[in-house]
Design a protein. Sequence first.
Length: 376
Amino acid sequence: MWKTAIEDAMNTIKSNIAKFGDAYPHVSQQGSYSGYLNANQEWTSGFWSGMLWLAYEYTNDRVYRDAAVKTVGSFRNRLETNDSIEHHDIGFLYSLSSKAQWIIEKDEAAKDLTVKAADKLMTRWREKGQLIQAWGPLGDQEQGGRIIIDCLMNLPLLYWASLTTGDKSYAVVAAIHAEKSRRYLVRGDDSSYHTFYFDQESGEPIGGSTAQGYRNGSTWTRGQAWGVYGFALSYRYTGNPKFLEASKRMAKYFLQHLPEDQVALWDMNVPTHPEPYRDSSASAIVCAGLLELLELLPPDDSDRDELRQGLERSMTSLVTKYATIGMKDSEGLLQHGSYSVRGGNAPDDFMIWGDYYYLEALLRLDRGMKGYWYEP
């Protein structure tokens, strides 16, 4: 089953190379990415680059490699011109583009670019608050003391930079931010806040809220997914058992709050009548994260069976009910993702990150390929 899904994905990606040209997919509208492309300016552009590198690793077909290398050039220009990168999502952009090239080809220019991207992410560090500011400029009245759970997937860029350069400061910042996220974004019942505010001057906690969830006290499903994978990666880099425990707790909560078909609703607290939108991208992230988590857990961990069975149920549902296998001319891999239900932006369509994590999970299951969040 996995191999059939992978081969279909390879065909879709190859077809999209011609359709997309030098532009980048973000979210689709009515099933089309190509009508809504951008010039490498969204926080999601790295996922297309990552899919190309994965496809090249799987097939050794230089069509994918040549397209992937072109994206790295685009990311170099984006950093040099400071184009749409005044935010914390630098890890999403450069881990899957230039760092991927370094991991696969040991290209020194790609490594240097990735270190410079880590330097850019470090400019988001706020010493007074002891946090990486998600959005807005330094001192922004609304955003200045705000963290969001998504940032956990950007931290691997900093951990990697410490290992690569020998400069411990990157990893110190990443670990401090991860611990703050664990303490304040993960709630006592193992659910999560999307965002949390701190006083910019004192660093004192103010409270949690949401930007894309159903309400401030609800559990935005994609945020919970970022936590599952992100804390597992922080554990891999730091060895801090608190991060491994946080990942496992959040994973169990996620799996225990899925609907019957084992693919997530867009928020875990949204009313179920009328039937709410799904977010297949959140389930794809969790499946990739569970594969990471299961690799890190001790062999005798009492939760391994529950997590493994949950992974298998969700992946089977994604492949058999949500994937576009056999759908001629489809530009996406995974149907029924949601971007911003509250904002009315692509509430039920393809999400390029959903496609990426779905493919990463498939390749990990079939080939043991790890993705590009850390260097093997």
